[in-house]
Ligand binder design. Structure first.
Ligand code: FMN
Length: 184
């Protein structure tokens, strides 16, 4: 199975990136082929809603930035893992920008390569729990996305970690992330 992991933290040693690495380890252990793309180091512009990707043209996305190389990997993946820090009670801007641009290859529900794919997520947040941190909103957003795109929602691994690297002290959460990768 092809597993594509998209990370989005701008921090070196970001907690969500560390958890994503554990998922990667777990998936690799089980023999899956994994690729990680660090969205935070790429240039991904916002969707312009220009309609070029829509009927009757279906010309794909006209914005020629780093999404050009991500699109084929999204199409090829069986499983997509989205990793993000929680910013203002939801996913961060870098990941949102990328997801908005998925429209370039999924202009409507019928023309949508995400149908039947598995989608899961990794989140880290500074607050004490999934509700007060706003992580619950990120989970709901991605669940709704899966519902619309007819993809399978695999669930999420999430937990508290404030400063970069703090998550390394939470062995249980690291293990949970690795197990998530094992179970893909
Ligand atoms: C702009 C910004 C907004 C944030 N908003 C929240 C928030 O709404 N809830 C929360 O619990 N933590 C919030 N945090 C804390 C981060 O989620 C936390 O530090 C997280 O571990 C960062 O993940 P990373 O290390 O992968 O970048 C915010 C941090 C920043 C920089």
């Amino acid at each position: 199975m092809k597993v594509l992991i998209l990370t989005s933290s701008h921090r070196k040693n970001g907690n969500s990136n560390i958890l994503a690495q554990e998922v990667n380890k777990g998936a690799s252990e089980k023999g899956h082929s994994t690729t990680t793309i660090d969205l935070a180091r790429l240039t991904i512009n916002g969707c312009r809603d220009c309609g070029c990707c829509e009927a009757p043209k279906y010309n794909g996305c006209i914005i020629k930035d780093d999404m050009v190389s991500i699109y084929p990997q999204l199409i090829a993946a069986d499983t997509i893992i989205l990793a993000s820090p929680i910013y203002w009670c939801n996913i961060n801007g870098q990941l949102k920008q990328c997801i908005d641009r998925w429209k370039g290859i999924a202009p409507d529900r019928e023309h949508n390569p995400f149908q039947g794919k598995n989608i899961g997520a990794i989140f880290s947040y500074g607050d004490t729990d999934v509700l007060t941190s706003g992580c619950v909103n990120a989970i709901k957003s991605l669940q709704d996305l899966c519902e619309y795109a007819q993809a399978k929602w695999l669930g999420a691994v999430y937990g508290t970690a404030f400063k970069a690297g703090d998550v390394l002290e939470n062995k249980e959460l690291l293990q949970q992330a690795k197990q998530f990768g094992n179970d893909l």
